[in-house]
Design a protein around this ligand. Structure first.
Ligand code: TYD
Length: 245
């Protein structure tokens, strides 16, 4: 066989010139047709990691369907406004709140998630049922059995293969949220749920950790207090451990 001529330039000159520069981990797991959820307390940094994985999965040739909750459909975005708008002064009953999140979810599954999974796409969701169990359940006090009964109706047989929990303590999360909130347009106040008490947000965190303990195969808990690069590296490694062939 004829020898091919080799290019003389190194493939990654930056990495060659500085051995301290480590390359970002690459996605080696086959994620086609998988449904993966990113979840965690407000201020956990999950949305930054979500963006990075979506971009890198696309660069690796995968077709990615990215969704966020509540919202992601026309109906879901209307529900989002009702649920999060701080100008809604009326007290929302806890069960009504849970049912609205679940209604947004049912619409999202029907309109976007199931068709994408059928096409063999990777579905990445920013929040899902795990948020309802943590916020309305563990923190809000709604019985988990009640939420699960409604979830069985709303989700049918479409459950995530893996839920990645970005774990962060309440103090670190609050510190991270402060500049974000200041940066919002028109000095917008915190949304209805963000503005709940510190105790509420502590219970949210415990709610996620309890879900992961109860079902470790379907959860990946990441220490999200580390640098974004370190968190991303353990995300990629965890995806391959939990979902790898
Ligand atoms: P969002 O602005 O999307 O926050 P984030 O960027 O942190 O995801 O706001 C979603 C808020 O709604 C967040 O405070 C969590 C809350 N939430 C629930 O309380 N229950 C749920 O089922 C979901 C999906 C979200």
């Amino acid at each position: 066989m004829a020898a091919r001529s080799q290019p003389h330039t190194p493939q990654n000159p930056d990495a060659n010139s500085d051995p301290r520069v480590s390359l970002p981990p690459t996605l080696s797991t086959d994620l086609r047709g998988r449904f993966v959820v990113f979840d965690g307390p407000d201020g956990s940094g999950k949305s930054t990691q979500f963006r990075r994985l979506c971009d890198n999965a696309r660069a690796a040739g995968l077709v990615v369907c990215e969704v966020r909750e509540p919202g992601g459909t026309h109906i879901g975005e209307q529900i989002r406004k009702l649920l999060l708008d701080p100008s809604v002064k009326e007290d929302v009953d806890l069960r009504a709140e849970m049912l609205l999140f679940m209604a947004s979810r049912a619409q999202l599954l029907a309109q976007r998630v199931r068709p994408a999974l059928e096409r063999g796409e990777l579905v990445l969701a920013d929040r899902f049922i795990s948020s309802t169990l943590a916020y309305q359940g563990a923190a809000g006090g709604l019985p988990i059995d009640e939420i699960m009964a409604v979830a069985r109706v709303a989700l049918g047989d479409t459950w995530p293969a893996l839920t990645v929990v970005f774990d962060v303590d309440a103090d670190t999360a609050a510190q991270r949220l402060r500049p974000l909130l200041r940066g919002r347009e028109f000095d917008a106040p915190k949304d209805r749920i963000e503005s709940r008490s510190a105790g509420y947000h502590r219970r949210v965190r415990t709610g996620y950790l309890d879900q992961a303990k109860a079902n470790p195969e379907r959860h990946l808990v990441l220490d999200a207090t580390r640098t974004p690069d370190a968190v991303y590296a353990s995300l990629i490694e965890g995806l391959s451990t939990k979902l790898g062939a």
